[in-house]
Design a protein around this ligand. Structure first.
Ligand code: CP
Ligand code: NVA
Length: 317
């Protein structure tokens, strides 16, 4: 049966670590071509740099062919229903990658497509980003039980996906979020009741980042919220990630941001370009992790073989 990747909740803990190991393998073993002869359609309702480029480069590196569709051409949910788009794209392609406003469109695509559908960001979540982020934390040898991640800023799609990951692997999430900008309540409650991670809403950014291993922020104004920008800058002003805030974290803290950054708003140049910043590793890791997701969901890949002790061993079948 086909498997979609619409949210982190689609994965088990074992699958998360399997994907991270597979990403390592695909990063070094460039000769592996699990998408050879396969075509993946990508639909973007919103702008993108990292997601679009990393998916297209990843598909090509895995031996497949990428078709880029803008929503101007497709009219997903307007010119044509998600049902019809899913049916038609499934006849031509081996996978569908979609970036949408309304998460429901992804659910509808996945329901009706006969090929795997991958979430390339919705208003609700950004699971590919968070998998790349945990891969980055692991790359910098900080991944351990209850690693302390201080999230400072807006309770948006990025934080929602962190919450979903926290239901699967043990994290210590401290959230510095202004009143009225909390993450999705259902996902927050689910993460709390999973009791896998420690999750605390600590309004004060200094307290939230105290001795943190990771300080993570994202834009205060997500795509689609541009009209609220002035109000948001006002409401979030105390939540800027800057060098004086970072001093409260561990000395070797990882400063993370999914990008694009609004320099001088949620993060200063000094913080974004400073020695603790790993934002470009995060961006690069989108490629490695998404290659793993596509190899597993769309590719000719035997998932069982990754379970060997040697992470680099897996087979193309
Ligand atoms: N981080 C991220 O998804 O970037 P893009 O919006 O440029 O794809
Ligand atoms: N929260 C941001 C993430 C961009 C990658 C947005 O949705 O615009």
């Amino acid at each position: 049966m086909k498997k979609d990747f619409l949210s982190i909740a689609d994965l088990t803990k074992e699958e998360v670590f399997e994907l991270l190991s597979l990403a390592d393998s695909l990063k070094t073993q460039k000769e592996l071509k699990p998408l050879a002869g396969k075509t993946v359609a990508t639909i973007f309702q919103k702008p993108s740099l990292r997601t679009r480029v990393s998916f297209e480069v990843g598909i090509i590196q895995l031996g497949g062919h990428a078709i880029f569709l803008t929503d101007d051409g497709v009219g997903l949910g307007t010119r044509e229903s998600a049902l019809d788009v899913a049916h038609v794209l499934s006849r031509f392609n081996d996978g569908i990658v979609a970036r949408v406003f309304d998460h429901q469109l992804l659910l509808d695509l996945a329901k009706h497509a006969t090929v795997p559908v991958i979430n390339a960001l919705s208003d609700l979540s950004h699971p590919c980003q968070i998998l790349a982020d945990i891969y980055t934390i692991r790359q910098h040898k900080k991944l351990r039980d209850h690693v302390k991640i201080a999230y400072v800023g807006d309770g948006n799609n990025i934080l929602n996906s962190w919450l979903e990951l926290s239901s699967i692997i043990p994290l210590h999430l401290t959230l510095a979020i202004p009143h009225g900008y909390e993450p999705d309540k259902t996902l927050f409650d689910k993460a709390q009741s999973a009791k896998v991670s420690k999750i605390e809403i600590i309004r004060d950014p200094k307290n939230a980042v105290n001795k943190a291993d990771v300080v993570y922020t994202d834009t205060w104004t997500s795509m689609g919220q541009e009209k609220e920008r002035t109000k948001r800058i006002y409401d979030f002003w105390e939540y800027q990630v800057n060098t004086s805030l970072i001093r409260h974290a561990k000395e070797d803290v990882l400063v993370m941001h999914c990008l694009p950054a609004h320099r001088g708003e949620e993060i200063t140049n000094e913080a974004l370009d400073g020695k603790n910043s790993v934002v470009n590793d995060q961006a690069e890791n989108r490629l490695h992790v998404q290659k793993a997701i596509m190899a597993k969901l769309i590719g000719k890949y035997d998932a069982r073989s990754i379970n060997s002790k040697d992470d680099s061993q897996f087979q193309i079948i």
